[in-house]
Ligand binder design. Structure first.
Ligand code: SF4
Length: 333
């Protein structure tokens, strides 16, 4: 056993701040080594203590499908991937029906996702209706294009509890978005009183440990409401497909290491994108069910991400208790 790794894991369990250099060391061990299991075991302990032993299941409703001008190469809506040649926008009735279904199924928060094609004014109009249809305490989370301070305030006024907004792996290189724009959006959201969640994603085998460390430390610095890790799934024909995808074992190792860097102060740790029996054992306590469009899927109406029931089952099997009712993380404090 490598003493340096056990010193870092003990430091994290004792509430010490893990540095970028230490996170680098955690990520540098072999994913099937004894040290990797130690990291995951420690991460699970920290995660359970930080979240009171509770996990949450979120549900994302995709509102439109089609070629998105931001052309992020890992996304099935990127024109470069030629998956969705035509635009399709789900009707208000369909979006409300999917949101209510998820609420009845026990989702702790409803995410409403739209591509950068969806006009902000239309998004507000539709989501106000969804807000009125859902129970008042069910948190709504926006997953949309970048926005400014006025738009952040409008989201807050429309009843959103928060946003999911990520500085993605390769931002500005494999995406058409300047990383500074992502920072500005996250800052605008926080200024407007919206809670911001993010994961280190989408990670592929080609990504360096340095970039994973940089993105994890960004989440920590920005004091986001939840962190997490997601792997990039394969979109056939995508320029990124040649890199393949991480195995579940590699993903679980990264989930654990990043959780230790987040420590006790960020209680939520996302662990979606497959192999979730492994990732929730390694400290992940947030999973996502999906319906409608999804940037990782090549079908317009997805169940690839699974249902609320299937996510709850995974969390139950890996020893988590699940929050009943509105999300604790996305509820006003
Ligand atoms: S990830 Fe979002 S912004 Fe990028 S192409 Fe896909 S829908 Fe558009």
């Amino acid at each position: 056993m490598n003493n340096q790794i056990s010193q870092i894991t003990n430091k994290a369990i004792d509430g010490g701040e893990i540095t970028a250099l230490e996170l680098r060391s955690l990520l540098n061990v072999d994913s099937l080594s004894e040290e990797a299991y130690l990291i995951q075991c420690a991460a699970r302990k920290v995660s359970a203590a930080a979240a009171n032993g509770k996990a949450e299941v979120y549900a994302q409703v995709g509102m439109d499908v089609g070629p998105c001008p931001k052309d992020c190469q890992f996304c099935s809506f990127a024109p470069v991937n030629k998956v969705f040649p035509k635009e399709k926008v789900y009707s208000l009735e369909e979006i409300i029906e999917k949101s209510l279904r998820f609420e009845v199924d026990g989702a702790n928060a409803i995410y409403l996702m739209a591509t950068a094609n969806y006009k902000f004014a239309d998004y507000l109009e539709v989501t106000k209706e969804v807000r009125a249809a859902l129970k008042p305490k069910t948190p709504m989370v926006a997953n949309i294009d970048d926005f400014d301070e006025d738009e952040a305030r409008a989201l807050k006024k429309a009843g959103f509890a928060g946003v999911y907004h990520v500085m993605r792996m390769g931002e500005g290189i494999v995406t058409g978005i300047d990383p500074q724009v992502r920072v500005r959006t996250i800052t605008a959201a926080q200024k407007a009183g919206l809670l911001v969640g993010a994961c280190v994603e989408p990670i592929g085998p080609e990504h360096s440990i340095d970039e994973i460390v940089e993105k994890a430390m960004f989440i920590k610095k920005m004091k986001l409401v939840h962190a997490g890790v997601g792997r990039r799934l394969k979109i056939p024909g995508s320029p990124l497909a040649i890199h393949g995808i991480l195995t579940g074992v590699q993903q679980a190792h990264i989930v654990g290491a990043v959780k230790l860097a987040m420590g006790y102060s960020i209680a939520g740790h996302g662990a979606g994108c497959g192999c979730e029996e492994l990732t929730t054992l390694a400290g992940g306590n947030l999973l996502w069910a999906e319906s409608g469009s999804n940037p990782r899927d090549t079908k317009a109406n997805t169940v690839i991400g699974g249902t609320v029931a299937s996510k709850r089952e995974i969390l139950h099997e890996t020893g988590w208790k699940i929050v009943d009712g509105p999300s604790v993380l996305f509820s006003p404090r």
